[in-house]
Design a protein around this ligand. Structure first.
Ligand code: ATP
Ligand code: MG
Length: 568
Protein backbone atom coordinates (compact mmCIF):
# COMPACT_ATOMS: atom_id res chain seq x y z
CA UNK A 1 0.00 0.00 0.00
CA UNK A 2 1.15 3.50 -0.78
CA UNK A 3 0.42 6.25 1.71
CA UNK A 4 -0.37 8.66 -1.13
CA UNK A 5 -3.43 6.54 -1.88
CA UNK A 6 -4.31 5.64 1.69
CA UNK A 7 -7.45 7.04 3.29
CA UNK A 8 -5.89 7.86 6.64
CA UNK A 9 -6.74 11.39 7.72
CA UNK A 10 -4.58 12.32 10.73
CA UNK A 11 -5.53 15.21 12.99
CA UNK A 12 -3.81 17.41 15.54
CA UNK A 13 -6.75 17.75 17.85
CA UNK A 14 -8.78 15.07 19.55
CA UNK A 15 -12.54 15.29 20.09
CA UNK A 16 -13.56 17.31 23.14
CA UNK A 17 -15.42 14.38 24.73
CA UNK A 18 -12.46 12.00 24.45
CA UNK A 19 -11.12 11.22 27.92
CA UNK A 20 -9.06 8.12 27.25
CA UNK A 21 -5.72 8.06 25.45
CA UNK A 22 -6.96 5.28 23.18
CA UNK A 23 -10.02 7.26 22.15
CA UNK A 24 -7.97 10.37 21.44
CA UNK A 25 -5.26 8.54 19.53
CA UNK A 26 -7.59 6.36 17.48
CA UNK A 27 -9.34 9.50 16.35
CA UNK A 28 -6.19 11.53 15.69
CA UNK A 29 -4.42 8.67 13.91
CA UNK A 30 -7.38 8.27 11.56
CA UNK A 31 -8.36 4.79 12.73
CA UNK A 32 -12.00 5.54 13.54
CA UNK A 33 -14.62 8.23 13.06
CA UNK A 34 -17.74 8.79 15.10
CA UNK A 35 -21.12 8.45 13.41
CA UNK A 36 -23.24 9.08 16.52
CA UNK A 37 -22.88 8.39 20.25
CA UNK A 38 -21.33 4.95 20.60
CA UNK A 39 -21.38 4.28 16.84
CA UNK A 40 -18.16 4.32 14.87
CA UNK A 41 -16.82 3.79 11.37
CA UNK A 42 -13.51 2.02 11.11
CA UNK A 43 -11.24 3.67 8.53
CA UNK A 44 -8.72 1.55 6.60
CA UNK A 45 -5.97 1.62 9.23
CA UNK A 46 -8.37 0.88 12.07
CA UNK A 47 -9.99 -1.89 10.09
CA UNK A 48 -6.62 -3.48 9.37
CA UNK A 49 -6.01 -3.69 13.12
CA UNK A 50 -9.48 -5.17 13.70
CA UNK A 51 -8.83 -7.73 10.96
CA UNK A 52 -5.47 -8.72 12.45
CA UNK A 53 -6.93 -9.20 15.91
CA UNK A 54 -9.87 -11.14 14.42
CA UNK A 55 -7.44 -13.36 12.53
CA UNK A 56 -5.47 -14.17 15.68
CA UNK A 57 -8.74 -15.01 17.43
CA UNK A 58 -9.88 -17.15 14.50
CA UNK A 59 -6.63 -19.11 14.40
CA UNK A 60 -6.76 -19.86 18.11
CA UNK A 61 -10.46 -20.77 18.07
CA UNK A 62 -9.89 -23.09 15.12
CA UNK A 63 -6.86 -24.61 16.85
CA UNK A 64 -9.18 -25.77 19.64
CA UNK A 65 -11.69 -27.19 17.21
CA UNK A 66 -13.91 -24.12 16.94
CA UNK A 67 -16.12 -23.85 13.87
CA UNK A 68 -16.98 -20.44 12.50
CA UNK A 69 -20.55 -19.63 11.53
CA UNK A 70 -22.58 -16.47 11.13
CA UNK A 71 -25.94 -15.90 12.76
CA UNK A 72 -28.34 -13.05 12.10
CA UNK A 73 -27.94 -9.80 13.99
CA UNK A 74 -31.70 -9.28 14.01
CA UNK A 75 -33.29 -11.78 16.38
CA UNK A 76 -36.95 -12.69 16.90
CA UNK A 77 -38.39 -11.91 20.33
CA UNK A 78 -39.81 -15.45 20.70
CA UNK A 79 -36.48 -17.06 21.56
CA UNK A 80 -35.85 -14.39 24.19
CA UNK A 81 -39.30 -15.00 25.60
CA UNK A 82 -38.40 -18.67 25.92
CA UNK A 83 -35.25 -17.97 27.92
CA UNK A 84 -37.05 -15.35 29.97
CA UNK A 85 -34.57 -12.64 29.04
CA UNK A 86 -36.92 -10.54 26.86
CA UNK A 87 -38.18 -8.99 30.12
CA UNK A 88 -34.93 -9.13 32.08
CA UNK A 89 -32.55 -7.58 29.57
CA UNK A 90 -33.95 -4.09 29.98
CA UNK A 91 -33.08 -0.94 28.08
CA UNK A 92 -29.69 -2.16 26.90
CA UNK A 93 -31.53 -4.21 24.29
CA UNK A 94 -32.45 -2.38 21.07
CA UNK A 95 -35.93 -3.54 20.19
CA UNK A 96 -37.96 -2.98 17.06
CA UNK A 97 -40.93 -4.21 15.04
CA UNK A 98 -41.09 -5.33 11.45
CA UNK A 99 -43.83 -4.23 9.02
CA UNK A 100 -46.13 -6.94 10.37
CA UNK A 101 -45.77 -5.71 13.91
CA UNK A 102 -43.63 -8.65 15.03
CA UNK A 103 -41.05 -7.88 17.69
CA UNK A 104 -37.30 -8.25 17.16
CA UNK A 105 -34.11 -7.07 18.76
CA UNK A 106 -30.58 -6.34 17.62
CA UNK A 107 -28.54 -9.13 19.18
CA UNK A 108 -26.68 -8.00 22.31
CA UNK A 109 -25.41 -11.60 22.59
CA UNK A 110 -26.40 -14.92 21.01
CA UNK A 111 -27.06 -17.62 23.64
CA UNK A 112 -30.74 -17.81 22.64
CA UNK A 113 -30.01 -17.80 18.92
CA UNK A 114 -27.38 -20.54 19.06
CA UNK A 115 -29.45 -22.69 21.41
CA UNK A 116 -32.48 -22.46 19.14
CA UNK A 117 -30.24 -23.35 16.21
CA UNK A 118 -28.54 -26.44 17.60
CA UNK A 119 -31.50 -27.93 19.44
CA UNK A 120 -33.01 -28.76 16.07
CA UNK A 121 -29.76 -30.11 14.66
CA UNK A 122 -27.63 -31.83 17.29
CA UNK A 123 -29.40 -34.97 18.43
CA UNK A 124 -26.81 -37.45 19.69
CA UNK A 125 -24.00 -37.46 22.26
CA UNK A 126 -21.84 -38.74 19.40
CA UNK A 127 -21.96 -35.27 17.84
CA UNK A 128 -20.61 -33.63 20.99
CA UNK A 129 -18.66 -31.63 21.94
CA UNK A 130 -19.32 -28.75 19.58
CA UNK A 131 -17.53 -25.40 19.73
CA UNK A 132 -19.28 -22.89 17.49
CA UNK A 133 -18.36 -19.25 17.06
CA UNK A 134 -18.83 -16.11 15.08
CA UNK A 135 -17.16 -12.71 14.84
CA UNK A 136 -19.91 -10.20 14.46
CA UNK A 137 -21.38 -6.83 15.39
CA UNK A 138 -23.32 -6.70 18.63
CA UNK A 139 -25.67 -3.96 19.73
CA UNK A 140 -26.12 -2.81 23.30
CA UNK A 141 -27.84 0.45 24.01
CA UNK A 142 -25.37 1.28 26.76
CA UNK A 143 -26.62 3.90 29.21
CA UNK A 144 -23.36 5.82 28.85
CA UNK A 145 -21.52 4.95 25.66
CA UNK A 146 -18.06 6.41 26.14
CA UNK A 147 -14.35 6.00 25.79
CA UNK A 148 -14.59 5.39 22.04
CA UNK A 149 -14.45 1.71 21.17
CA UNK A 150 -14.10 0.76 24.81
CA UNK A 151 -17.80 1.08 25.55
CA UNK A 152 -19.71 1.65 22.36
CA UNK A 153 -23.24 0.73 21.39
CA UNK A 154 -22.33 -1.22 18.29
CA UNK A 155 -19.19 -3.29 18.70
CA UNK A 156 -17.52 -6.35 17.23
CA UNK A 157 -17.48 -9.44 19.38
CA UNK A 158 -16.18 -12.93 18.96
CA UNK A 159 -18.67 -15.16 20.69
CA UNK A 160 -18.15 -18.89 20.97
CA UNK A 161 -20.63 -21.32 22.48
CA UNK A 162 -19.72 -24.82 23.65
CA UNK A 163 -22.09 -27.78 23.83
CA UNK A 164 -21.10 -30.80 25.87
CA UNK A 165 -22.78 -33.97 27.04
CA UNK A 166 -21.77 -33.62 30.68
CA UNK A 167 -20.04 -31.42 33.20
CA UNK A 168 -16.61 -32.89 32.71
CA UNK A 169 -16.98 -32.17 29.00
CA UNK A 170 -17.86 -28.58 29.84
CA UNK A 171 -14.81 -28.37 32.10
CA UNK A 172 -12.67 -29.45 29.15
CA UNK A 173 -14.24 -26.96 26.73
CA UNK A 174 -13.83 -24.21 29.32
CA UNK A 175 -10.16 -25.10 29.75
CA UNK A 176 -9.64 -25.07 25.99
CA UNK A 177 -11.10 -21.60 25.72
CA UNK A 178 -9.20 -20.37 28.76
CA UNK A 179 -5.95 -21.53 27.17
CA UNK A 180 -6.89 -20.13 23.76
CA UNK A 181 -7.66 -16.73 25.33
CA UNK A 182 -4.29 -16.76 27.05
CA UNK A 183 -2.61 -17.33 23.69
CA UNK A 184 -4.74 -14.71 21.92
CA UNK A 185 -3.99 -11.86 24.31
CA UNK A 186 -0.33 -12.86 24.45
CA UNK A 187 -0.12 -12.76 20.66
CA UNK A 188 -1.83 -9.35 20.71
CA UNK A 189 1.09 -8.10 22.82
CA UNK A 190 -1.00 -7.33 25.88
CA UNK A 191 -0.18 -7.46 29.57
CA UNK A 192 -3.22 -9.13 31.08
CA UNK A 193 -4.50 -11.36 33.86
CA UNK A 194 -7.34 -13.84 33.93
CA UNK A 195 -9.39 -12.95 37.00
CA UNK A 196 -12.16 -14.80 38.78
CA UNK A 197 -15.33 -12.96 37.96
CA UNK A 198 -18.96 -12.74 38.94
CA UNK A 199 -21.22 -14.50 36.48
CA UNK A 200 -23.65 -11.56 36.65
CA UNK A 201 -27.02 -11.53 34.95
CA UNK A 202 -25.99 -14.14 32.40
CA UNK A 203 -26.06 -16.82 35.08
CA UNK A 204 -23.91 -19.88 35.45
CA UNK A 205 -21.49 -20.96 38.08
CA UNK A 206 -17.99 -20.28 36.92
CA UNK A 207 -16.41 -17.41 35.06
CA UNK A 208 -13.14 -15.65 34.39
CA UNK A 209 -12.58 -12.20 32.96
CA UNK A 210 -9.48 -11.56 30.91
CA UNK A 211 -8.34 -8.19 32.05
CA UNK A 212 -5.75 -5.94 30.48
CA UNK A 213 -3.92 -4.05 33.20
CA UNK A 214 -4.36 -0.30 32.73
CA UNK A 215 -5.01 2.57 35.10
CA UNK A 216 -7.84 3.82 32.89
CA UNK A 217 -9.72 0.52 33.19
CA UNK A 218 -13.23 0.36 34.57
CA UNK A 219 -12.67 -2.89 36.47
CA UNK A 220 -11.03 -2.98 39.84
CA UNK A 221 -9.00 -6.12 40.45
CA UNK A 222 -7.46 -7.64 43.52
CA UNK A 223 -4.35 -9.75 42.98
CA UNK A 224 -2.06 -11.64 45.25
CA UNK A 225 1.55 -10.61 45.69
CA UNK A 226 2.52 -14.25 46.27
CA UNK A 227 0.32 -16.70 44.31
CA UNK A 228 -1.56 -16.31 41.01
CA UNK A 229 -4.90 -15.46 42.60
CA UNK A 230 -6.68 -12.55 40.94
CA UNK A 231 -10.34 -11.62 41.13
CA UNK A 232 -12.57 -8.71 40.24
CA UNK A 233 -13.54 -6.62 43.24
CA UNK A 234 -17.13 -7.71 42.75
CA UNK A 235 -16.23 -11.36 43.02
CA UNK A 236 -13.19 -11.73 45.28
CA UNK A 237 -14.19 -14.10 48.05
CA UNK A 238 -12.78 -13.00 51.36
CA UNK A 239 -11.61 -14.77 54.46
CA UNK A 240 -13.14 -13.92 57.80
CA UNK A 241 -11.03 -11.53 59.84
CA UNK A 242 -11.17 -12.64 63.47
CA UNK A 243 -10.81 -9.76 65.89
CA UNK A 244 -8.50 -10.35 68.89
CA UNK A 245 -10.32 -11.91 71.84
CA UNK A 246 -11.79 -9.59 74.49
CA UNK A 247 -14.07 -9.93 77.48
CA UNK A 248 -17.58 -9.07 76.40
CA UNK A 249 -18.95 -6.03 78.18
CA UNK A 250 -22.64 -5.28 78.63
CA UNK A 251 -24.21 -3.33 75.79
CA UNK A 252 -24.87 0.34 76.50
CA UNK A 253 -26.74 3.11 74.71
CA UNK A 254 -24.84 6.41 74.48
CA UNK A 255 -25.74 9.80 73.07
CA UNK A 256 -23.78 10.73 69.91
CA UNK A 257 -25.18 14.10 68.81
CA UNK A 258 -25.20 14.61 65.01
CA UNK A 259 -22.74 11.71 64.57
CA UNK A 260 -24.52 10.27 61.54
CA UNK A 261 -21.42 9.07 59.66
CA UNK A 262 -18.83 6.52 60.69
CA UNK A 263 -16.12 9.22 60.67
CA UNK A 264 -18.11 11.38 63.08
CA UNK A 265 -18.97 8.48 65.42
CA UNK A 266 -15.43 7.21 65.59
CA UNK A 267 -14.09 10.69 66.36
CA UNK A 268 -16.81 11.44 68.87
CA UNK A 269 -16.39 8.16 70.77
CA UNK A 270 -12.63 8.01 70.20
CA UNK A 271 -12.66 4.41 68.94
CA UNK A 272 -10.65 2.89 66.11
CA UNK A 273 -12.64 2.52 62.89
CA UNK A 274 -12.15 -1.28 63.01
CA UNK A 275 -14.39 -1.26 66.08
CA UNK A 276 -17.33 0.33 64.27
CA UNK A 277 -20.14 -1.23 62.26
CA UNK A 278 -21.84 0.61 59.44
CA UNK A 279 -25.04 0.05 57.50
CA UNK A 280 -26.14 0.26 53.87
CA UNK A 281 -29.86 0.21 53.15
CA UNK A 282 -31.52 -1.13 50.01
CA UNK A 283 -34.97 -2.05 48.80
CA UNK A 284 -35.80 -4.87 46.42
CA UNK A 285 -38.17 -4.60 43.45
CA UNK A 286 -41.16 -5.00 45.76
CA UNK A 287 -39.97 -2.30 48.13
CA UNK A 288 -38.88 -4.73 50.83
CA UNK A 289 -36.08 -3.33 52.99
CA UNK A 290 -32.69 -5.04 52.96
CA UNK A 291 -30.12 -3.81 55.46
CA UNK A 292 -26.47 -4.77 55.13
CA UNK A 293 -23.83 -4.29 57.81
CA UNK A 294 -20.06 -4.22 57.34
CA UNK A 295 -17.12 -3.08 59.44
CA UNK A 296 -16.67 0.71 59.43
CA UNK A 297 -13.53 0.64 57.28
CA UNK A 298 -14.95 -1.90 54.79
CA UNK A 299 -17.08 -1.36 51.68
CA UNK A 300 -20.32 -3.20 51.07
CA UNK A 301 -20.41 -5.29 47.89
CA UNK A 302 -23.79 -4.97 46.21
CA UNK A 303 -23.45 -8.13 44.13
CA UNK A 304 -22.64 -10.23 47.18
CA UNK A 305 -25.53 -8.62 49.08
CA UNK A 306 -27.81 -9.38 46.16
CA UNK A 307 -26.77 -13.02 46.20
CA UNK A 308 -27.00 -13.34 49.98
CA UNK A 309 -30.39 -11.65 50.25
CA UNK A 310 -31.97 -13.47 47.33
CA UNK A 311 -33.30 -10.20 45.86
CA UNK A 312 -33.54 -9.73 42.07
CA UNK A 313 -32.34 -6.11 42.11
CA UNK A 314 -31.21 -3.64 44.76
CA UNK A 315 -32.28 0.00 44.87
CA UNK A 316 -31.10 2.64 47.35
CA UNK A 317 -33.62 2.63 50.22
CA UNK A 318 -36.10 5.46 50.81
CA UNK A 319 -35.86 7.05 54.23
CA UNK A 320 -39.52 6.24 54.84
CA UNK A 321 -38.86 2.51 54.39
CA UNK A 322 -36.02 2.61 56.91
CA UNK A 323 -38.17 4.42 59.45
CA UNK A 324 -41.07 2.03 58.85
CA UNK A 325 -38.78 -0.90 59.74
CA UNK A 326 -37.86 0.74 63.02
CA UNK A 327 -34.55 2.18 61.89
CA UNK A 328 -33.10 5.67 61.89
CA UNK A 329 -30.90 6.69 58.93
CA UNK A 330 -27.34 7.34 60.08
CA UNK A 331 -27.91 5.42 63.31
CA UNK A 332 -28.65 1.89 62.16
CA UNK A 333 -27.95 -1.50 63.62
CA UNK A 334 -29.55 -4.97 63.46
CA UNK A 335 -30.68 -4.59 67.08
CA UNK A 336 -34.35 -3.82 67.63
CA UNK A 337 -35.61 -3.75 64.06
CA UNK A 338 -39.13 -4.86 63.24
CA UNK A 339 -39.56 -8.55 62.42
CA UNK A 340 -39.40 -9.39 58.75
CA UNK A 341 -36.67 -6.92 57.86
CA UNK A 342 -33.99 -8.67 55.87
CA UNK A 343 -30.66 -8.11 57.60
CA UNK A 344 -27.41 -9.30 56.05
CA UNK A 345 -24.27 -9.07 58.19
CA UNK A 346 -20.75 -9.49 56.94
CA UNK A 347 -19.00 -12.54 58.34
CA UNK A 348 -16.16 -10.42 59.69
CA UNK A 349 -18.60 -8.25 61.65
CA UNK A 350 -19.81 -11.37 63.49
CA UNK A 351 -16.27 -11.85 64.86
CA UNK A 352 -16.02 -8.35 66.38
CA UNK A 353 -16.14 -7.61 70.10
CA UNK A 354 -17.36 -4.60 72.06
CA UNK A 355 -18.05 -2.69 68.87
CA UNK A 356 -20.00 0.47 68.10
CA UNK A 357 -23.23 0.33 66.09
CA UNK A 358 -26.30 2.54 65.68
CA UNK A 359 -29.11 2.38 68.24
CA UNK A 360 -31.88 2.80 65.63
CA UNK A 361 -32.63 6.12 67.23
CA UNK A 362 -31.53 9.55 66.06
CA UNK A 363 -28.35 10.77 67.84
CA UNK A 364 -27.77 7.49 69.71
CA UNK A 365 -25.35 4.58 69.29
CA UNK A 366 -24.75 1.36 71.12
CA UNK A 367 -21.30 0.62 72.52
CA UNK A 368 -20.04 -2.83 73.54
CA UNK A 369 -22.00 -4.52 70.78
CA UNK A 370 -21.06 -8.18 70.47
CA UNK A 371 -22.70 -9.37 67.28
CA UNK A 372 -22.71 -13.07 68.09
CA UNK A 373 -24.52 -12.29 71.30
CA UNK A 374 -26.62 -9.30 70.22
CA UNK A 375 -27.71 -9.87 66.60
CA UNK A 376 -30.82 -12.02 66.12
CA UNK A 377 -32.28 -13.41 62.88
CA UNK A 378 -29.56 -12.16 60.58
CA UNK A 379 -28.12 -13.65 57.41
CA UNK A 380 -24.35 -13.98 57.79
CA UNK A 381 -22.33 -13.93 54.60
CA UNK A 382 -19.24 -12.54 52.90
CA UNK A 383 -20.70 -9.24 51.66
CA UNK A 384 -17.80 -6.86 51.55
CA UNK A 385 -15.61 -5.57 48.81
CA UNK A 386 -12.00 -6.60 48.73
CA UNK A 387 -9.47 -3.87 49.50
CA UNK A 388 -5.70 -3.52 49.38
CA UNK A 389 -4.08 -5.24 52.34
CA UNK A 390 -6.73 -7.94 52.70
CA UNK A 391 -5.36 -11.48 53.03
CA UNK A 392 -5.39 -13.60 49.86
CA UNK A 393 -8.18 -16.21 50.08
CA UNK A 394 -5.84 -18.81 48.58
CA UNK A 395 -2.54 -18.29 50.39
CA UNK A 396 -3.08 -15.57 53.01
CA UNK A 397 -0.49 -13.15 51.63
CA UNK A 398 -1.34 -9.51 51.13
CA UNK A 399 -3.61 -8.53 48.25
CA UNK A 400 -3.00 -5.49 46.10
CA UNK A 401 -5.49 -3.63 43.94
CA UNK A 402 -5.05 -2.60 40.34
CA UNK A 403 -7.29 -1.41 37.54
CA UNK A 404 -8.01 -3.18 34.31
CA UNK A 405 -10.01 -3.40 31.13
CA UNK A 406 -12.14 -6.48 30.62
CA UNK A 407 -11.39 -7.61 27.07
CA UNK A 408 -12.84 -11.09 27.25
CA UNK A 409 -14.89 -13.32 29.45
CA UNK A 410 -15.44 -17.08 29.67
CA UNK A 411 -18.55 -18.50 31.36
CA UNK A 412 -19.77 -21.92 32.31
CA UNK A 413 -23.49 -21.66 31.68
CA UNK A 414 -24.36 -25.25 32.57
CA UNK A 415 -27.94 -26.06 31.60
CA UNK A 416 -29.38 -22.58 32.17
CA UNK A 417 -30.30 -21.98 28.54
CA UNK A 418 -30.70 -25.58 27.40
CA UNK A 419 -33.27 -26.15 30.16
CA UNK A 420 -35.14 -22.91 29.58
CA UNK A 421 -35.25 -23.58 25.85
CA UNK A 422 -35.65 -27.33 26.05
CA UNK A 423 -32.50 -28.15 24.08
CA UNK A 424 -31.70 -31.83 24.48
CA UNK A 425 -29.69 -34.66 22.92
CA UNK A 426 -29.82 -38.41 23.40
CA UNK A 427 -27.11 -39.86 25.65
CA UNK A 428 -25.44 -43.30 25.50
CA UNK A 429 -28.57 -44.90 26.96
CA UNK A 430 -30.96 -43.19 24.58
CA UNK A 431 -32.11 -40.80 27.30
CA UNK A 432 -32.83 -37.13 26.55
CA UNK A 433 -30.43 -34.80 28.35
CA UNK A 434 -29.91 -31.06 28.42
CA UNK A 435 -26.75 -29.73 26.80
CA UNK A 436 -24.05 -28.46 29.14
CA UNK A 437 -23.21 -25.07 27.67
CA UNK A 438 -20.48 -22.48 27.94
CA UNK A 439 -20.09 -19.07 26.32
CA UNK A 440 -16.91 -17.18 25.61
CA UNK A 441 -16.72 -13.57 24.36
CA UNK A 442 -13.96 -11.24 23.23
CA UNK A 443 -14.51 -7.58 22.40
CA UNK A 444 -12.41 -7.06 19.29
CA UNK A 445 -12.62 -3.24 19.29
CA UNK A 446 -12.09 -3.11 23.02
CA UNK A 447 -8.98 -5.26 22.61
CA UNK A 448 -7.63 -2.74 20.10
CA UNK A 449 -8.44 0.13 22.48
CA UNK A 450 -6.84 -1.72 25.41
CA UNK A 451 -3.69 -2.35 23.37
CA UNK A 452 -3.42 1.39 22.74
CA UNK A 453 -4.07 2.21 26.41
CA UNK A 454 -1.09 0.02 27.24
CA UNK A 455 1.15 1.08 24.38
CA UNK A 456 1.48 4.77 23.66
CA UNK A 457 3.65 7.79 24.43
CA UNK A 458 3.41 11.55 23.91
CA UNK A 459 3.92 11.09 20.16
CA UNK A 460 1.17 8.57 19.60
CA UNK A 461 0.40 4.88 19.43
CA UNK A 462 3.07 2.16 19.69
CA UNK A 463 1.40 -0.85 18.10
CA UNK A 464 2.56 -4.34 19.05
CA UNK A 465 3.78 -5.85 15.81
CA UNK A 466 1.13 -8.56 15.48
CA UNK A 467 -1.76 -6.13 15.47
CA UNK A 468 -0.17 -3.08 13.82
CA UNK A 469 -1.95 -1.74 10.72
CA UNK A 470 1.39 -2.15 8.92
CA UNK A 471 4.51 -3.69 10.41
CA UNK A 472 6.98 -1.44 8.64
CA UNK A 473 6.68 1.95 6.99
CA UNK A 474 9.26 2.84 4.35
CA UNK A 475 9.75 6.56 4.38
CA UNK A 476 11.84 8.43 1.79
CA UNK A 477 12.79 11.78 3.30
CA UNK A 478 12.03 13.53 0.04
CA UNK A 479 9.58 11.68 -2.17
CA UNK A 480 10.05 14.26 -4.92
CA UNK A 481 13.63 13.09 -5.32
CA UNK A 482 13.27 10.41 -7.96
CA UNK A 483 16.35 8.42 -6.87
CA UNK A 484 15.23 8.34 -3.25
CA UNK A 485 11.71 7.34 -4.18
CA UNK A 486 12.95 4.52 -6.42
CA UNK A 487 15.28 3.26 -3.70
CA UNK A 488 12.39 3.31 -1.23
CA UNK A 489 10.07 1.56 -3.67
CA UNK A 490 12.58 -1.25 -4.11
CA UNK A 491 12.94 -1.73 -0.37
CA UNK A 492 9.17 -1.68 -0.04
CA UNK A 493 8.80 -4.35 -2.73
CA UNK A 494 11.47 -6.53 -1.14
CA UNK A 495 9.81 -6.33 2.25
CA UNK A 496 6.45 -7.25 0.78
CA UNK A 497 7.92 -10.12 -1.20
CA UNK A 498 9.39 -11.56 1.95
CA UNK A 499 6.01 -11.53 3.66
CA UNK A 500 6.36 -8.35 5.70
CA UNK A 501 3.32 -6.11 5.88
CA UNK A 502 4.82 -2.85 4.62
CA UNK A 503 3.59 0.62 3.71
CA UNK A 504 5.41 3.08 1.47
CA UNK A 505 5.06 6.68 2.60
CA UNK A 506 5.47 8.23 -0.83
CA UNK A 507 3.54 11.40 0.02
CA UNK A 508 5.19 14.59 -1.21
CA UNK A 509 5.19 16.02 2.31
CA UNK A 510 8.04 17.39 4.38
CA UNK A 511 9.95 14.69 6.25
CA UNK A 512 8.89 16.16 9.60
CA UNK A 513 5.20 15.84 8.72
CA UNK A 514 5.62 12.23 7.60
CA UNK A 515 7.63 11.25 10.66
CA UNK A 516 5.00 12.78 12.93
CA UNK A 517 2.28 10.76 11.24
CA UNK A 518 4.34 7.55 11.46
CA UNK A 519 4.81 8.10 15.18
CA UNK A 520 1.17 9.00 15.71
CA UNK A 521 -0.13 5.92 13.90
CA UNK A 522 2.47 3.82 15.64
CA UNK A 523 4.00 1.53 13.01
CA UNK A 524 6.47 -0.62 14.96
CA UNK A 525 9.35 0.05 12.53
CA UNK A 526 10.25 2.89 10.21
CA UNK A 527 12.81 2.48 7.47
CA UNK A 528 14.07 5.88 6.41
CA UNK A 529 15.62 6.49 3.03
CA UNK A 530 17.81 9.60 2.89
CA UNK A 531 20.47 10.96 0.55
CA UNK A 532 22.95 9.18 2.83
CA UNK A 533 21.25 5.85 2.11
CA UNK A 534 21.99 6.33 -1.57
CA UNK A 535 25.56 7.38 -0.88
CA UNK A 536 26.44 4.53 1.46
CA UNK A 537 24.02 1.94 0.12
CA UNK A 538 22.32 1.49 3.47
CA UNK A 539 19.00 1.96 5.18
CA UNK A 540 18.11 3.55 8.49
CA UNK A 541 15.87 1.59 10.85
CA UNK A 542 13.99 3.31 13.65
CA UNK A 543 12.14 1.31 16.30
CA UNK A 544 8.99 3.11 17.38
CA UNK A 545 8.95 1.58 20.86
CA UNK A 546 12.51 2.36 21.96
CA UNK A 547 13.32 5.19 19.58
CA UNK A 548 16.50 3.28 18.71
CA UNK A 549 18.01 4.08 15.32
CA UNK A 550 20.44 1.83 13.47
CA UNK A 551 21.92 1.65 10.02
CA UNK A 552 21.82 -1.57 8.07
CA UNK A 553 23.70 -2.38 4.89
CA UNK A 554 21.46 -2.52 1.84
CA UNK A 555 22.68 -6.00 0.89
CA UNK A 556 21.49 -8.13 3.78
CA UNK A 557 19.12 -5.95 5.76
CA UNK A 558 16.11 -8.27 5.34
CA UNK A 559 17.18 -10.93 7.82
CA UNK A 560 18.04 -8.24 10.35
CA UNK A 561 14.67 -6.53 9.88
CA UNK A 562 12.88 -9.82 10.37
CA UNK A 563 14.86 -10.53 13.52
CA UNK A 564 14.05 -7.14 14.99
CA UNK A 565 10.37 -7.50 14.10
CA UNK A 566 10.26 -10.74 16.06
CA UNK A 567 10.99 -8.72 19.18
CA UNK A 568 8.34 -6.02 18.64
P1 ATP B 1 -19.00 -4.82 30.59
O1 ATP B 1 -19.10 -5.32 32.01
O2 ATP B 1 -17.74 -4.07 30.30
O3 ATP B 1 -20.23 -4.12 30.13
P2 ATP B 1 -19.93 -7.34 29.72
O4 ATP B 1 -19.64 -8.19 30.89
O5 ATP B 1 -21.28 -6.80 29.52
O6 ATP B 1 -18.89 -6.13 29.69
P3 ATP B 1 -19.80 -9.56 27.90
O7 ATP B 1 -21.26 -9.70 27.80
O8 ATP B 1 -19.04 -10.58 28.65
O9 ATP B 1 -19.43 -8.10 28.43
O10 ATP B 1 -19.21 -9.40 26.44
C1 ATP B 1 -17.99 -9.98 26.01
C2 ATP B 1 -16.98 -8.92 25.65
O11 ATP B 1 -17.53 -7.93 24.77
C3 ATP B 1 -16.47 -8.11 26.83
O12 ATP B 1 -15.45 -8.79 27.50
C4 ATP B 1 -15.98 -6.85 26.16
O13 ATP B 1 -14.66 -7.05 25.66
C5 ATP B 1 -16.91 -6.69 24.99
N1 ATP B 1 -17.92 -5.64 25.25
C6 ATP B 1 -19.01 -5.73 26.03
N2 ATP B 1 -19.72 -4.59 26.00
C7 ATP B 1 -19.04 -3.75 25.16
C8 ATP B 1 -19.28 -2.43 24.69
N3 ATP B 1 -20.33 -1.73 25.07
N4 ATP B 1 -18.39 -1.89 23.82
C9 ATP B 1 -17.32 -2.58 23.42
N5 ATP B 1 -17.05 -3.84 23.81
C10 ATP B 1 -17.90 -4.42 24.67
MG1 MG C 1 -21.97 -4.84 29.69
Amino acid sequence: MKASQLYAPTLRESPAEAELISHKLMFRAGLIRKAAGGLYSYLPLGWRVIKKISQIIREEMDAEGGQEIMMPIVQPSEIWQESGRWQVYGDEMMRMRDRHGREFCLGPTHEEMITSLVRAELRSYKQLPQLIYQIQNKYRDEIRPRFGLMRSREFIMKDLYSFDKDESGLDESYKKMFDAYTRIFTRCGLEFRPVEADSGAIGGSNSHEFTVLAQSGESSIAFCTNCDFAASDEKAELKIIIAPAEDEKPIEKVETPDAHTIELVKNFLQVPIEKTIKAVAFQDDDGKLILAFVRGDHEANEIKILNASGAMHLHMAEESAIVAAGGSPGFMSPIGLKDGTIVVVDQTVMEMHNAVAGANEKNFHFINVNPKRDFKNVIVADIRKVQAGDPCPHCGHELKMTRGIEVGQVFKLGTKYSKAMNATFLDENGKAKFFQMGCYGIGVGRTMAAAIEQNSDEHGIIFPRNIAPFEVVVCPINSKDQAQLEFAEKIYEELKNSGIDALLDDRPERAGVKFKDCDLIGYPMRITISPKSLETNSIEVKIRKSGEISELPRDNYLDQVKKILETL
